[in-house]
Design a protein. Structure first.
Length: 388
C-alpha cells in the first residue's frame, strides 16, 4: 500500500515536472521498455499461478482419495467391532455354561461322582471313570481357550485397522497442510499479478503523458518557428519598403540598418554601448575591424541578464573570451556573454528571460570591464540589434 502510494506520488511529480523539462525520446523509449518488462513479469507470474493451481487441484484429488480410504477403513473397523462384541459374548457364554456344568456336576453329580469313584472295582477302573469326568471339563476348557483366542485375534485385527486408519488420518492432515500452503502461495501470486497490473497501468499512463507532452512541445516549437518566420518576413517587407520605395519589395538585399524584432531583451541595461557589431571602428574596442558582437560597457560586477529563455549549453573560460557562457534559445538562435567576472549558472541549466546569469568583468582579451554580447543564428554571428 505504502509502496503504491509512493509510486503514485513519483508519477505525479514526474508529470508535474515533465511540463517544464523537455521530453526526451529516450525517456519515452525507457518507459516503453519498462512496460514490456512488466508484461513479461506478469506472464511469468501467471504461469507460476497456473502451476500452483494445478498442484492444488492434485492435492484436492489426493485428499478426496484419502478421505474415501478413511471411510472404507472406518467401515472395516465397525465390522471388526461387531465381530469382537460377538466373540466376547461367545467367550462369556462358554465360560458361563462351563461354570454351570462344573457346578451341576459337583452339586448334583457329586454323589454320582463319589459313587463312580467308590463303585470302581479297581484303581484302573477308578482312573478310567475319573478320566471321563476330566475329559468333560477339558472339553469345556478347550472351548473356552478357543473363544478367548478368537476374541484376542479379532481385537488384534481391530487394533491393526485402527492403526491404518490413524496413518490415513495423518496423511490427510499433511495433505491439508500442503493444501493450505499452496492456497496461500496461490493467493500471493494473485496479489503479485494484481500489483503488476497496477504498475502496468501506471506505466502506460506515464507513457501516454510523456507522448502527449512531447507532441505538445513539438507543436510549440512549430508555432514558435512559424511566428519567427512571420516576424522575419514582416521585418524584411518593412525594411525593403523603406529603402526600395518605387522598386517594389521581395528582392531586397540584406538589411543594413536593422530595427530589431524584440525576440531578445537587453542583457545589460546598466551599460552604455561602446561598440556595435560589424566592421566599425571603435576607440579602445576589440576586433574593431570585424566585431562579432555588441559591447556593453559597465562597471565590474554589473548584472548580466539572459536575453531570452533557454538552456545554458556552455560555461567556460578561454584566453580571448575570458569567462563566457552560451544560451541556446531553440530555433537555431543562441546568445553568448563574454569577459564575465562571475557566472551564476551551470551548463545544462534552464534559464528564463531576465534572469541574472553573470556579472560584468574584464576577463580574457579585454581592455576594460564590459559585456561582449553575441547573437548567433544557425551557427553564424548576426547583428544583435536585429533581435533586440
Ligand atoms: Zn566586443
Amino acid at each position: 500500500m505504502q509502496g503504491k502510494r509512493f509510486v503514485s506520488i513519483l508519477l505525479i511529480l514526474t508529470l508535474v515536472f515533465g511540463m517544464t523539462i523537455p521530453v526526451q525520446a529516450s525517456s519515452i523509449e525507457e518507459t516503453k521498455k519498462k512496460g514490456e518488462a512488466l508484461e513479461a513479469q506478469k506472464s511469468t507470474a501467471e504461469a507460476e499461478k497456473k502451476a500452483l493451481a494445478d498442484q492444488l487441484n492434485k492435492l484436492i484429488a489426493e485428499m478426496d482419495e484419502t478421505t474415501a480410504k478413511i471411510t472404507a477403513k472406518q467401515e472395516e473397523i465397525a465390522v471388526k467391532e461387531d465381530e469382537l462384541i460377538q466373540a466376547q459374548i461367545d467367550e462369556n457364554n462358554q465360560y458361563e455354561s462351563m461354570k454351570k456344568r462344573i457346578k451341576y456336576m459337583y452339586e448334583n453329580g457329586n454323589t454320582q461322582f463319589i459313587e463312580i469313584l467308590f463303585s470302581s472295582k479297581s484303581i484302573g477302573d477308578f482312573l478310567n471313570n475319573a478320566e471321563y469326568i476330566t475329559q468333560i471339563s477339558e472339553y469345556d476348557r478347550d472351548m473356552l481357550d478357543e473363544f478367548k483366542a478368537t476374541v484376542k485375534r479379532v481385537d488384534e485385527q481391530k487394533t491393526a485397522l485402527e492403526g491404518e486408519k490413524a496413518e490415513l488420518e495423518t496423511l490427510q492432515v499433511q495433505l491439508q497442510e500442503k493444501q493450505d500452503e499452496v492456497s496461500a502461495l496461490l493467493e500471493e501470486k494473485a496479489e503479485q499479478i494484481s500489483d503488476l497490473e497496477v504498475a502496468i497501468g501506471e506505466n502506460a499512463a506515464k507513457l501516454k503523458a510523456l507522448q502527449e507532452e512531447a507532441a505538445r512541445q513539438q507543436r510549440m516549437r512549430e508555432e514558435a518557428a512559424a511566428a519567427a518566420a512571420a516576424a522575419a518576413a514582416a521585418q524584411k517587407n518593412a525594411s525593403s519598403g523603406s529603402s526600395g520605395g518605387s522598386s517594389g519589395g521581395g528582392t531586397a538585399g540584406p538589411s543594413v540598418a536593422p530595427s530589431g524584432n524584440g525576440a531578445l531583451s537587453n542583457p545589460c541595461p546598466s551599460a552604455y554601448i561602446s561598440s556595435e557589431f560589424g566592421g566599425r571602428s571603435s576607440p579602445g574596442g576589440i576586433g574593431s575591424t570585424n566585431h562579432k558582437g555588441r559591447d556593453y560597457a559597465a562597471g565590474t560586477g554589473s548584472p548580466i541578464y539572459a536575453a531570452a529563455s533557454g538552456t545554458v549549453t556552455t560555461v567556460a573560460y578561454n584566453g580571448a573570451r575570458g569567462n563566457y557562457l552560451v544560451i541556446n534559445h531553440g530555433n537555431g538562435l543562441s546568445t553568448v556573454y563574454q569577459h564575465c567576472s562571475e557566472i551564476y549558472v551551470g551548463s545544462g541549466q534552464s534559464v528564463s528571460v531576465g534572469q541574472n546569469i553573470a556579472a560584468v568583468g574584464s576577463t580574457g582579451a579585454s581592455t576594460g570591464p564590459h559585456l561582449h554580447f553575441e547573437v548567433w543564428v544557425n551557427g553564424t554571428p548576426v547583428d544583435p540589434r536585429n533581435y533586440l
